[in-house]
Design a protein around this ligand. Structure first.
Ligand code: F6R
Length: 630
């Protein structure tokens, strides 16, 4: 059943439905699509659907395919128009939206080819204008779009209508925003390979659709979703124009909903059940709002900001402040593995057993060190047995030029060796690699041997970075899960094979502590899929003896960092410790700008605690206790 709209949604200017996860939302939407198709077809008309690409609609397309294959839904009488296409990519480029749609939907359903419309990204420059006009005319000719599916970019774009696109804009060629290109960087193996231009339906074109549904998943989208739903209608955020459409809705998951007022500041929209976490959220918010540390907040602060209810239940301010201050204080520990022989009543992690076996899952080889490298360092230093387990090889991140550098070095080494005959085999191998890189071209699929080389390059980087935080080679494990080896970004599908590999490792290690990430990430991302795999693997281990005493700590990677009220453990870093982490990060060749910003994010986390009136540290790595009932 659909979640109902209520008074708590008072700040939302467009109906926004929050689902527990993307799969539920996708199923709901696919059900609506089915109805549209059936109703229109009964009336003897084709259903006209506006399609989107990117990671967001993937679960929705999977559901449409399921409806077709298992429930006989036919697309013979469906006409589609895609929102956009990169400009300047070859038609058979795997990242072209034409290929994406074929791969993700059209090849799996019975839609006639002539019913599919996607802007042509290969059209000559002098014909772009005419092509765009024809695209508009083709939409009008079939009576307009019945339902337009949308995603949202971090710039707030719908289609590729970047900030500055007017409400009246029509299909046209545009320049992609820097943020949009950064977000597509991993698909293209580096930002430099992402096209600069695209052809997109305009905001005006999109708003002509009879019905619109914008989907968004994961915490990375939460900020922009809140602005589009609750903020002013503005050209700076083209999704905000949906507020002016009579039949537009947002379908989002809990991650993408977290910046909406009803979840972020629930006391502003209705009664709140004051759980410890909600209380902490309110006090932290009040402190930030008043620009005063927690212990300096007074009754008036709470009363004047919609928190009189909290005060009447848990006040006066003086007592409430002390309680929350102590709770925040207790999250800080230099002993992430627990402090031996100490009273651990108020410590986030228990003292025993000591030493602990700590298992750190890293979705791709860089994630763990980037996110919690200093904690790993600390755990090891304090005598724990720390293993970093990399779920995927990460080989899709590595640019051909990087692989070429390694192959060429090997080639040269062989050629210049004293006894080059002895090196013949290696030299031939290296020559073959160089040839393969050249032959496949910039975006061709990597043959297995090349993917292997790329995986090995990342293994080397991780070993090197792990060494910089004191971990020996034997403490770094590479699982190279099959879902990653068989897929591409946005199109990964995990299977039991992945779960079995992870479960086998966990069983062998019998950890006392597990660190993991990806619970809040975009569901098609490697961390999110990795998280699901680990979750399933843990389920298989549940009955084992060691399991009951294992603790689970979530960390955040590329997603938004934890807010202070969400933190259960934070590990403070001295300037020297942060510097050591920064030096470890330098061992990686291929970090994105977001990943390189991790130390700054650690500094910002410490600043937040400082502003609340807690001790002032240089930096912090933050964790949340994972309750497996989540
Ligand atoms: C794609 C499109 C874009 C995406 C948006 C979100 O056709 O028009 O607006 O919907 O960039 O991309 P993902 O879903 O990859 O986060």
């Amino acid at each position: 059943m659909l979640p109902r709209r209520s008074a708590t949604e008072a700040f939302e200017k467009v109906p926004t439905l929050v689902f527990p996860n993307s799969a539920t939302a996708a199923a709901e939407l696919a059900g609506e699509v089915r109805q549209i198709i059936e109703t229109k077809n009964k009336a003897g008309q084709p259903a006209v659907l506006g399609m989107a690409t990117g990671s967001t609609p993937v679960p929705f397309y999977r559901e449409l395919i399921r409806l077709h294959k298992q429930e006989g839904l036919s697309f013979k009488n469906v006409i589609t128009f895609n929102l956009d296409e990169y400009y300047g990519l070859k038609g058979d480029h795997p990242e072209s939206y034409g290929c994406f749609m074929a791969d993700q939907l059209f090849n799996h359903i019975d839609i006639p080819e002539e019913n599919i419309h996607i802007p042509k990204g290969t059209i000559a420059s002098d014909q772009v204008f005419a092509h765009c006009r024809e695209y508009e005319e083709a939409i009008d000719a079939v009576g307009g779009i019945d339902l337009q599916i949308l995603g949202i970019g971090r710039t707030g774009h719908i289609g590729f209508n970047e900030p500055g696109s007017s409400r009246e804009s029509l299909t046209r060629r545009i320049t992609l925003d820097r943020i949009t290109r950064q977000d597509a960087a991993s698909d293209f193996r580096g930002e430099e390979n992402v096209p600069h231009f695209a052809i997109t339906m305009g905001v005006g074109t999109i708003l002509r659709a009879k019905k619109l549904v914008l989907m968004a998943w994961g915490e990375n989208k939460a900020g922009i979703v809140a602005k589009a739903v609750e903020g002013a209608v503005t050209e700076a955020i083209s999704a905000s124009f949906l507020q002016e459409h009579p039949n537009a809705r947002f379908f989002i998951d809990t991650g993408a909903s977290r910046e909406l007022t009803r979840f972020k500041l629930p006391w502003l929209v209705g009664p709140v059940s004051w759980t410890p976490r909600e209380t902490q959220r309110a006090v932290v918010w009040q402190s930030k709002k008043a620009h005063r540390p927690v212990l300096k907040l007074v009754d008036e602060d709470y009363n004047e900001n919609g928190l009189s209810d909290l005060l009447s239940e848990q006040g006066p301010a003086y007592q409430l402040n002390i309680r929350i201050f102590n709770r925040l204080q207790n999250t800080i520990t230099g002993w992430p593995g627990g402090k031996p022989n100490a009273d651990d009543t108020y410590r986030p992690e228990r003292a025993g057993p000591f030493p602990k076996r700590c298992l750190v899952f890293s979705p791709e080889p860089q994630d763990a060190i980037v996110s919690i490298g200093a904690t790993i360092d600390r755990l090891r230093e304090q005598g724990h047995d720390v293993h970093v387990v990399t779920l995927t090889s990460g080989s899709l991140r590595v640019a051909d030029s990087e692989a070429d550098k390694f192959a060429s070095t090997l080639l040269e080494l062989g050629a210049t060796a004293m006894d080059s005959a002895q090196w013949k085999e290696q030299t031939d191998y290296a020559r073959e690699l160089v040839r393969l890189i050249e032959e496949k071209g910039e975006f061709g699929e990597d043959p297995p041997v090349l993917r292997r080389l790329k995986a090995l390059i990342l293994r080397g980087e991780l070993r090197d970075a792990a060494h910089a935080v004191g971990l020996g080679q034997e403490k770094v494990v590479f699982l190279d899960l099959p879902f990653y080896e068989k897929g591409r970004y946005r199109r990964f599908v995990s299977t039991n094979e992945d779960t079995a590999a992870v479960a086998a490792h966990i069983r062998g290690f019998k950890p006392h502590q597990i660190y993991l990430t990806g619970d809040a990430a975009d569901p098609s991302s490697v961390p999110a899929i990795g998280f699901k795999v680990v979750e399933a693997a843990l389920k298989e281990c549940e009955q084992e003896e060691w399991f009951g005493s294992c603790s689970f700590w979530l960390y955040r990677g590329k997603e938004k960092s934890f807010e202070p009220h969400e933190i259960d453990m934070t590990v403070p870093l001295s300037p020297a410790q942060l510097e050591r982490k920064e030096r470890a990060l330098m061992r990686y060749q291929s970090l994105s700008s977001l990943e390189l910003g991790a130390p700054q994010a650690n500094r910002d986390a410490a600043k937040q605690y400082d502003a609340l009136g807690l001790a002032e540290y240089e930096a912090m790595e933050c964790f949340q206790r994972w309750k497996r009932t989540h």
